[in-house]
Design a binder for this molecule. Structure first.
Ligand code: PRX
Length: 623
């Protein structure tokens, strides 16, 4: 008797789940009766930290290196699995001593230092969902994330190294924690040695609290659906969404994909994912996937051109990196710096190259393969999202017929389709919307505290079919392989970072001089997209009258303060009006034409067609 495809899929995931250690085996692979809220491996119990650390030590791999860590100033640390276990246990004991109990939330804003990994794993060990906030996010962004999750503890550091300079961190997080009464303690790692403001009774040094703890801690098993973490990401509104991931399904798919996509061999590979732990790529492919697979990883703290543009290649050479996973924006930056830079280093250890975060253009793909991969290493383009938790679409290595720029096909166990706006699958050579038509183990379990937003954002587009709507455009080629075409909603992708137009607009209008703002993502050859803002100043002043340079600089700074430097608009144009339809909707398409210096398209649906002339005239005057 042949099995139905769904049965095969569930059986496939049950096999993958067996890579993990379960204290109690599950009784059902998937409970989809509460769709779109999935429950995977129901009844199963496991501990994520035990799976990522202890079991490898118990199996005799305690001396294997878990991380070759390299600080930006050049300091290094080597952490074996045995050392990782003792650091994670000490951190867990420290968190227990603060009275934290399973279910309590912990916010983490740290640079790329080993303590970030210890902190995440200690939370996982105790069943404390963590909310990691990217180190470049502003105090305002940190504050709203702490408030939304109701975190009891913040883990941060005195400062961080960025581009060769020690920058403050604790002084900034204090600006957030001054307004977040849910935070009872702030645990501070000493990294730069800078003086920091201190609140007695609330603030604690990591080296006082953690280093003095016992290195023994018995992990407790949690339900497969126990929340593992919340990670905030931009949607189409001004308020970031807390994407919720849970335990058993997430770890199963993170571990499976990491091993399968990179063909990873834990006994011989040296793996390096260049993401920051503040993003989902850092969660799934620096921490959980690689450690569940007993990988030896490189972890680097700083920027790729500090102190010189060969820094990444020097690190690849030094550690013999065999799997290198990065983002197209960095590849295009390397291209700009020149191929003579990687040519100075021995990159012959490279066996597989990965790409993530945005569509990789064929030129970048070819350059990557030739100049980093020595024309030997396959390039695997991996499509996924914060919401999917792990890779969904990627060519498995070993497929000889490489296609520069295509993520190819859904991985085994995954089902994706390209459909038209009625939800009908499009044909070969046609484009449409990317949807996921079957649940998958590492899928988000909701938006923290907002079930309606979860249903509305992801499941309301194709209710009849019950498809998950990814927000990306895609195309089938003549072979039926998938090519990703970028976001089709108001989410921008700047250097692989997701930023919503609405978020930047609401930051701009919160400045006293701004009456109205519209933001678009304009194509950019290095960063994928660049943020361009059109603002109407209060009182109808134009930038010329109000001193253009000063106003624009103040607004850029304001956005950096509200969200973070990554959200600073590349260009801000002051305009007398914005192009709107009769129902008052801003026509971003026309603004995008202006931002990309194109002839402005069809204006017939504008309430007032002369607006575009006004905008264009203003631009001519400004230049
Ligand atoms: O538009 C897609 C793009 O990044 C979005 C997800 O962003 P985020 O949740 O921040 O996660 C990024 C890292 C997984 C997607 O909706 N994206 C990601 N990977 C690719 C991609 N677009 C094209 N090709 C990719 N390989």
């Amino acid at each position: 008797m042949s099995l139905s495809p769904d049965h095969d899929r569930l059986e496939f995931w049950e096999e993958q789940a067996q890579r993990l250690h379960w204290d109690t085996r599950w009784n059902q692979a998937l409970d989809w009766s509460g769709a779109p809220f999935a429950r995977w491996f129901t009844g199963g119990r496991l501990n994520v930290a035990y799976n990522c650390v202890d079991r490898h030590v118990e199996a005799g791999h305690g001396d294997q290196v878990a991380f070759h860590w390299e600080g930006e100033p050049g300091d290094t640390r080597t952490i074996t699995y045995a050392e990782l276990r003792s650091e994670v246990c000490k951190t867990a004991n420290a968190l227990l001593s603060l009275g934290l109990r399973a279910g309590d939330r912990v916010a983490i804003q740290l640079p790329m230092i080993p303590e970030a990994v210890f902190a995440m794993l200690a939370c996982a060990r105790l069943g404390l969902p963590h909310s990691v906030v990217f180190g470049g996010f502003s105090p305002a962004a940190l504050r709203s994330r702490i408030e939304d999750a109701g975190a009891r503890l913040l883990i941060t550091s005195d400062g961080q190294y960025r581009r060769g300079k020690a920058e403050p961190m604790k002084a900034l997080t204090d600006e957030a924690t001054g307004y977040t009464p849910s935070i009872e303690h702030v645990l501070v790692v000493r990294r730069t040695g800078a003086d920091v403001p201190w609140t007695e009774g609330r603030d604690l040094w990591w080296h006082h609290l953690v280093d003095t703890q016992s290195a023994a801690h018995r992990p407790e098993a949690f339900d497969a659906e126990h929340p593992l973490f919340v990670l905030y990401t931009s949607g189409t509104t001004g308020k970031p969404k807390g994407i919720l991931h849970t335990t058993g399904g997430y770890l199963t798919q993170a571990a499976y994909t990491h091993r399968a996509v990179f063909g990873l061999d834990p006994d011989s590979d040296i793996y390096w994912c260049t993401a920051d732990i503040g993003w989902i790529t850092g969660h799934s492919y620096i921490v959980y996937g690689p450690l569940a697979n007993r990988t030896t990883s490189v972890m680097y703290e700083g920027t790729p051109n500090t102190p010189h543009e060969g820094r990444h290649f020097e690190i690849i050479e030094r550690y013999g990196v065999s799997v290198y996973y990065t983002a197209p924006t960095l590849i295009r930056t390397f291209m700009k710096w020149g191929e003579d830079i990687p040519a100075r280093y021995d990159l012959s250890s490279i066996g597989v190259l990965g790409s993530v975060g945005e569509p990789i253009n064929p030129e970048a793909w070819r350059w990557y393969r030739r100049h980093i991969g020595g024309d030997r290493a396959p390039v695997v383009d991996t499509w996924w999202q914060t919401e999917t938790g792990a890779v969904m679409i990627a060519p498995l290595p070993g497929r000889p017929d490489a296609k520069p720029g295509s993520a190819r096909t859904p991985l085994p166990g995954i089902s994706a389709k390209v459909v038209d706006d009625q939800g009908r699958e499009v044909g070969k050579g046609e484009s449409g919307y990317l949807v996921l038509d079957q649940p998958w183990p590492s899928m988000l379990r909701g938006v923290w505290g907002d079930d309606d937003r979860y249903r509305e954002t992801y499941w309301s587009r194709f209710p009849a079919q019950g498809y998950y709507f990814a927000g990306d455009g895609a195309r089938y080629d003549e072979d039926g392989d998938i090519w990703l075409l970028g976001r089709i909603d108001d989410v921008m992708n700047v250097s692989g970072h997701r930023i919503s137009t609405a978020e930047v607009e609401s930051a701009l209008v919160s400045h006293p001089t701004v009456a109205e703002a519209a933001v678009v993502g304009a194509s950019d050859t290095t960063t994928g997209q660049a943020i361009v803002a059109f603002v109407i100043l209060r009182g109808g002043a134009t930038a010329r009258e109000a001193d253009a340079g000063r106003v624009v600089a103040a607004l850029r700074e304001h956005v950096a303060q509200e969200i973070g430097p990554i959200a600073k608009p590349r260009r801000i144009l002051t305009v007398p009006e914005l192009p709107k339809t009769r129902s008052g909707k801003i026509m971003r398409r026309l603004l995008r034409d202006v931002a990309e210096n194109r002839e402005v398209g069809d204006v017939t649906t504008l309430a007032d067609a002369s607006v575009m002339d006004l905008i264009n005239a203003g631009l001519v005057r400004e230049t």
